[in-house]
Design a protein around this ligand. Structure first.
Ligand code: SAM
Length: 290
């Protein structure tokens, strides 16, 4: 019986066999700790009924652990050099398909409808760090028919995505992610679990898709623009950031009146506002501007 792919010895053996060299530009840091991967898969709640979408299988370290627990795994890999490797390393598992595609250019909804028509679907991945945020925002904005996303990402990004008001990590990214999901950091993962070791610490972030938005918003793009503007200059007050954002459109007095109406003090900073407060502020301003 062979050792798991996610071990230093097996990984080195596979890399040598194929003369594979890592591409930093593709965020290639492979997992070499199978205990951590087992925990990740358990935390993701992967069961024999689940269809799993994986992004960036690499040489199959996580894919193998998923294949053991899930009904089926569909993995998208951009690096063509990894296709023959995966064909070899994943040959014991008949429930895995690898697709050679850039996830950012993939119509994931289409694949879910075609491959996983009547089952629970989850996304589980060790993401390439250079495009963590674009990948996650794409998956959220596409409103995929999935229950949750469990990903290994840069610790700092995981903290920003799951941050609560009045913390230094809280910002427009926290609101964007938490508008669509309930976000929590599941565990931290040391650099030593990867080959090659990245320069940054990592965490597992879990995003549970919301069935409904947590707040009512009149116009989503207006809301997200307002949130962004409110964090524009973090050290400035809300009033300051708002009057800059609405320059030529609304006077300070008009902005003040709306802040009064929604009972938010303009001397506060954006980082102290909850998502509910941002929603009532956005709705107040939107009604006034339109
Ligand atoms: N899952 C493997 C593991 O845990 O060992 C590899 C994870 S590695 C951090 C990221 C993987 O994503 C690499 O295999 C890389 O080639 C792939 N990748 C990078 N950009 C991608 C993209 N746009 N679409 C799909 N895969 C991508």
């Amino acid at each position: 019986h062979q050792k798991p792919i996610a071990t230093p010895s097996r990984t080195k053996e596979i890399l040598n066999k194929y003369g594979f060299s890592f591409k930093k530009s593709l965020g290639q840091n492979f997992m070499i700790d199978s205990n951590i991967l087992e925990k990740l898969v358990t935390n993701a709640g992967v069961t024999g009924a689940a269809g799993v979408i994986e992004i960036g299988p690499g040489i199959g370290a996580l894919t193998e652990q998923l294949a053991k627990q899930a009904k089926e795994v569909l993995a998208f890999e951009i690096d063509q050099r990894l296709l023959p490797v995966l064909e070899d390393t994943l040959s014991p598992y008949s429930n895995v398909s690898v697709i050679h595609q850039d996830i950012l250019k993939t119509d994931v909804t289409h694949f879910i409808k075609e491959r996983f028509p009547d089952q629970e679907v989850k996304v589980v991945a060790n993401l390439p760090y250079y495009i963590t945020t674009p990948i996650l925002m794409k998956l959220l904005m596409d409103q995929l028919p999935i229950t949750d996303i469990t990903v290994l990402i840069q610790k700092e990004v995981a903290e920003r995505m799951s941050a609560q008001p009045n913390t230094k990590e809280y910002g427009s990214l926290s609101i964007a992610v938490q508008y669509y999901t309930e976000a929590r950091v599941v565990m931290n993962v040391p650099k030593s679990a990867f080959m090659p070791q990245p320069n940054v610490d990592s965490s597992v972030l879990q995003l549970k898709m919301r069935k409904e938005a947590p707040v009512y918003v009149e116009n989503e793009s207006f809301f997200f623009d307002l949130v962004q503007a409110s964090f524009g200059q973090r050290r400035k007050t809300l009033m300051n950031n708002l009057s800059r954002h609405f320059k030529g459109q609304m006077s300070k007095d008009e902005i003040s009146a709306i802040l009064d109406k929604v009972q938010i003090d303009g001397r506060r900073r954006g980082e102290s506002l909850s998502i509910e407060e941002f929603a009532s502020l956005a709705n107040g301003l939107y009604t006034y501007v339109n």
